[in-house]
Design a protein around this ligand. Structure first.
Ligand code: SF4
Length: 406
């Protein structure tokens, strides 16, 4: 027998699909919906003539094993043919939840099973998940439950090895640094960057140098809580060219791949037209534009729906939780941090530029993050492509991501 832990953040426990009230609905976003063999037969042979007929016409046979037996052919708007005029799923409406395929019944839920624990999360491509994560102060509190399981159930196919003790301890330190009260969330990011440098300095040898690392961590927490800025210590040379490159990379790898008219693409186009680099004649002009974005961002963080301190903190905690930061490979810790910073920087720029043209509210934030996450969280090659792009931005030094903070 062994103890197996189940971990669920509060937002996972509280989530409920809002169905027809949804801002984006997952059934109409050009996604690949695969159908298992049993469900395929159920639809094709359904006593509901309309469902059977849609199934016969729109389920394309793949025959790639039981789980990938067929795929739903989406209509010209990228929508699922089973969605009715009220944006309701006909299968769910007429045959009940139990008739849904695995893909449809589990979305937006995800879980990762390790030998000693299962971690549950949900994808931010669902705008309701974004709302639950960002706008509930308790969203990222974790609920843990222990269960006694038989030995043979602790070694299942597909499950991952338990996280090492070092990974778990670093995860906890990182979590506390992001969660700590501070002047603004960028300070927390900078504290985490400095903590990573300390870990690299001691070669991640927590076994022998724990006291040193803990002292450094305590000092960072004190600085965050005392209101002393880690950002203004003069080591942040400005690099507008790098910021511009970072925006281009995110445009190519995320926004431009999303559906026409999507919030992400619209946001990226607004940034491009705001910066309008073709008309810029000198470096000072570009710097003034990035300064204006920064000022607008600070305004948003003080007066908009982003102003509660838990909103952006929850977003970053979600990122740490869902990637189980820093992952198994300590050698890539700064690269993982880079990805978080780049994503944060992009969302900051999109929301700041959009808010220069009109107020932003919770719904704009939900749609922006969901539409970006659709590309960054539903794509198996995105990390490799982003790594390739980051190598181009950073000139071989991942620490340069500090230039994107603040
Ligand atoms: S995107 Fe989320 S809230 Fe919207 S229909 Fe899908 S699961 Fe429900």
């Amino acid at each position: 027998m062994q103890i197996h832990k189940t971990i669920k953040p509060i937002f996972v426990c509280k989530f409920q699909c809002v169905g027809p009230e949804c801002l984006m609905t997952c059934c109409g976003r050009n996604w690949s919906i695969t159908i298992d063999k049993k469900t395929h037969q159920k639809y094709v042979l359904s006593s509901r003539a309309d469902i059977a007929s849609i199934a016969k016409e729109n389920l394309v046979l793949l025959r790639k094993g039981k789980n990938n037996y067929s795929r739903v052919k989406l209509n010209e708007k990228g929508e699922c043919p089973f969605v009715d005029e009220n944006k309701l799923c006909m299968i769910h409406r007429d045959l009940g939840e139990e008739a849904l395929s695995h893909t449809c019944s589990t979305y937006p839920r995800r879980s990762t099973r390790y030998q000693d624990e299962t971690r549950h999360t949900m994808t931010l491509s669902c705008p309701e998940v974004v709302r639950r994560v960002l706008f509930d102060p308790d969203a990222m509190l974790l609920q843990e439950q222990d269960e006694l399981v038989a030995g043979y159930k602790t070694n299942l196919i597909g499950q991952r090895q338990s996280a090492s003790q070092t990974q778990q301890v670093i995860h906890l330190f990182a979590w506390n640094l992001i969660q700590s009260p501070s002047g603004n969330i960028e300070e927390n990011l900078m504290a985490l960057a400095q903590f990573i440098l300390c870990l690299q300095h001691v070669n991640f040898d927590l076994h022998n140098r724990f006291a040193e690392v803990e002292d450094f961590y305590e000092a960072l927490l004190n600085e965050l809580q005392s209101g002393k800025s880690l950002l203004s210590s003069g080591h942040l040379a400005k690099s507008n060219a790098m910021k511009y490159l970072a925006l281009s990379v995110m445009g190519t790898n995320a926004a431009n791949l999303s559906a026409q008219g999507s919030f992400a693409l619209e946001g990226h186009q607004q940034i491009a037209s705001y910066l309008d680099v073709a008309s810029i004649s000198d470096e000072a002009e570009l710097e003034a534009k990035f300064d204006a974005i920064n000022q607008q961002w600070h305004r948003l963080c003080e007066t908009s729906c982003l102003s509660e301190p838990y909103v952006l903190r929850n977003y970053l905690l979600y990122k740490l939780y869902s990637s189980y930061f820093p992952g198994k490979n300590m050698a890539t810790i700064m690269r993982q941090f880079y990805r978080i910073v780049l994503d944060f920087f992009y969302i900051k720029c999109i929301l700041s530029v959009r808010s220069m043209q009109g107020e932003i509210d919770q719904q704009v934030v939900m749609k922006t993050i969901a539409s970006l996450s659709e590309k960054t969280m539903h794509n198996t090659t995105i990390d490799a492509r982003m790594d390739f792009a980051i190598d181009k931005i950073n000139g071989g030094d991942d620490l340069s991501c500090l230039l994107l903070i603040g």
